[in-house]
Design a protein around this ligand. Structure first.
Ligand SMILES: [Zn+2]
Ligand SMILES: [Zn+2]
Ligand SMILES: [Zn+2]
Length: 271
């Protein structure tokens, strides 16, 4: 039985869609239809069926749009934060949590999990929040359990110390890797055959940062090769190189018969 929900809080690569400085077809499509807009990448895992105040809630990353994303999902509290890495598009909204700790948690620091490298970066950028975060290291391949959900930190190909998280319940195995080039072999073996893969698909067509990201096609090919049940494209830029609209990408994905989907902000999957 599926007792948890996995929500895409944001699904864009850094600068979002629309970007304030961009008038490409993808950004204009999102301006015309805000349901197609994307905030920076993050996800949330919650238990179902409990009153809001008692619902165990974990977020992975605190993107710059965190406040709007949490408001949109009707979230009143967060119990733990896991970080993939310390780039701005994944941590820029951490400052919002200072108020949560001060006003809601009575000053009790928020448990936070990150690699040593990510922790150092976050501490440097948010030096004034030391009192808010109870950093607990999580080593590569280490599993952290919260509310019956297992989170295993798996190294990916991005900035040093970047993780993807294998998120497992008794019903579902999901691998979330918002920022990664080709997966390292040990990580590939650890996630082979996952029910759900939510992975970096930053570029449409040309990938000009192949050491750190996937193109849409590379994400699909790697996902199919590791026998993922359903593949969700996330960290979508839609305009770093050749722009593509959601309408065009939906049409392109029809060839996969529903096995490959675009992640969307607010999309929620049972776990
Ligand atoms: Zn990113
Ligand atoms: Zn654009
Ligand atoms: Zn990054």
């Amino acid at each position: 039985m599926k007792e948890h929900l996995f929500t895409f809080m944001g699904t864009a690569a850094g600068c979002g869609v629309p970007s304030f400085f961009c008038t490409c077809p993808a950004c204009e499509e999102a301006r015309a239809d805000p349901t197609l807009a994307r905030g920076d990448c993050g996800v949330m895992v919650r238990r179902t069926g409990l009153p809001e105040a008692e619902t165990p809630t974990v977020v992975i990353d605190t993107p710059p749009d965190a406040r709007h994303q949490l408001l949109r999902e009707g979230v009143h509290h967060v119990d733990e934060v896991l970080f993939t890495h310390c780039h701005f598009d994944h941590i820029g909204g951490l400052g919002e949590y200072e108020y949560l700790v001060g006003l809601v948690r009575g000053g009790v620091p928020l448990p936070a999990f990150a690699s040593a490298e990510a922790q150092a970066g976050i501490r440097a950028e948010f030096h004034y929040m030391d009192w808010c975060l109870d950093f607990q290291g999580i080593a590569p391949f280490e599993t952290h359990v919260f509310d019956g959900v297992r989170y295993t930190a798996l190294p990916v190909t991005h900035a040093p110390g970047t993780y993807g998280y294998l998120v497992e319940t008794d019903a579902t195995r999901l691998f979330y890797a918002s920022d990664t080039g080709p997966l390292p072999p040990e990580t590939t073996e650890a996630v082979r055959g996952v029910d759900i893969l939510a992975m970096d698909a930053t570029f449409w067509k040309r990938n000009w940062n192949a050491e750190a990201h996937h193109s849409v096609q590379e994400c699909i090919e790697e996902g199919l090769a590791l026998d993922a049940g359903t593949i969700y494209l996330t960290h979508l830029c839609m305009h770093y190189d050749e722009p593509i609209t959601c309408a065009e990408l939906e049409t392109y994905l029809e060839q996969y018969g529903g096995r490959v989907k675009m992640a969307k902000d607010g999309l929620t999957l049972p776990l």
